[in-house]
Design a protein. Sequence first.
Lengths: 314, 94
Amino acid sequence: VQYELRYQVIEPKRQTYQNVIDRFGDQPASRYLEGTLDIEPRENFHYRPTWVQDRELYDARYTALQLTDPYSFLDPRQYYYTPYVTNRAAAHDEFGKTLAYLEQRDLLEKMPESWKHILGHVVVPLRHYESGAQLITVAGARFAYGTSLEQCCTYAAFDRIGNAQMLSRVGLALGGGAAEVLKSAKQGWLDAEHLQPLRRLVEEIMIVDDWAEGVLAVDAIDKLVYPLLYQGLDEAALLGGAGAYSLFAQHLTGWFADQRKWIDALVTSWSTDEQHGAANLEVLARIDATWGARAVEAVGALDAVVRRELGEAA
Amino acid sequence: VTTTLRQVGIDIQDSEENRGLIDAIKADNPELTIRHLPGLVKLQAAGQIVINRDTVEQKLGREWETGEFQLAIVSYAGNFSEWDDDQIIVKWEH
C-alpha cells in the first residue's frame, strides 16, 4: 500500500489586525506595525484636561511640529517591548562585563589623576543631566501624538535611566565601591561652576511646554556632550594611559548612535511633511537657534575643564 | 529565439524574524510570486532572486549579515551564483 502525505492549507480569515489592514491591506505584518499603527485613541474623549481646556487628552497641538499623518514616521529600529528590552538587556550585560573587567584589574584606580578628575567631576555628575533628560523625554512620551512617536520617547526615557545607571556604576567603581564619588558628583552638579550652565539649561528645558521642543533641546545638548566626552576622548584616553575610560565610554557612544537613528528620522519626517513641512522647518530653525547656542555654551564649560586637565597632563 | 527563464525559488521559514527579510526580497524582486504555506513562505521568480543586505537592514531596522540568511531558509531551487557581504543572488547558471 502506498501512502501519500498531503497537507491541507487552511487560509486564515485575516492575515493581520484591522489597524494594519486599513493601511497596507491584508498581508502578514510585523509585530511592530501591528502594535504601533493607529493604536493611540483619537476620538471619544469624555473629558478635557482641566489644565488646558482647549485641548483633548491626546492632541496633536501639544507641539508646534505637525505631521499630516503621525504614522508617516516609524521607528527605524522597530522597537516594541520585546526587541527593546532584549536589546537593552544585552547592552547592559556588556557594560557589566566591561565594568567587571575594569574592577578586577583596578584599572579605574590606575588611571592618571587628570582622567580620574574628568571622570569623577565632569562625567559622573552627568547622571543628573541624564535624569533631567529622562523627565523631558517622558513628557514627550505623554504628549506626543501618534504611537510611533510616543513609543520612541518612552524607550528613550528609559534609556536615560539606563545611562544614568551606567554613570552611577562607573562612579561607584571609581570610588572603590563607596558612594563618595557619587556624593561629590551630586554636590558638583549643585554648585561646581563648570556644571551650572548645563544644570540651568536642563532645568529651563524642563519647563518648556512644547514637548518636541524639549526633546530637541536635549538633543542639541546630546549632540555636543556625547561626541565630546565619549567618542571624542577615546583616542586621548587610549594614548594617555586611561584605556579604562575608553572601555567605559564605548557603551555610551553605542547608545548615542542608537538614539540618533530615531531622532534623525523624526526630524526628517517633520521637515519633509507634505502639508506642514515648510512650517515645521521654521519651527526647527527657531528651536535650533534658541537652544543650540545655549547648548554650545553649557557644553563649552565642560570642555574647558577637560582641556585644562588634559593640557596639564600633556 | 525565445527562451523561457526557469523559475528559481527560496523557501523561508514563516516567522516574525523573517518577515523583514521577506519584505526586502519582495522589494528588490518585483516579479516575485509569494505563497504562504503552513510555517513556510515560498518565494519564486523567473531567472533570479536577489537579496541585498542594505534593503534587509532597512526592513529589519538592525544590522544584518548575509550569513544569517542560512538561518532563515528551509530550501531553495537554483544556484547561489553570488554570496558576499552585500548581496546574495540565486539563479540557474546552466
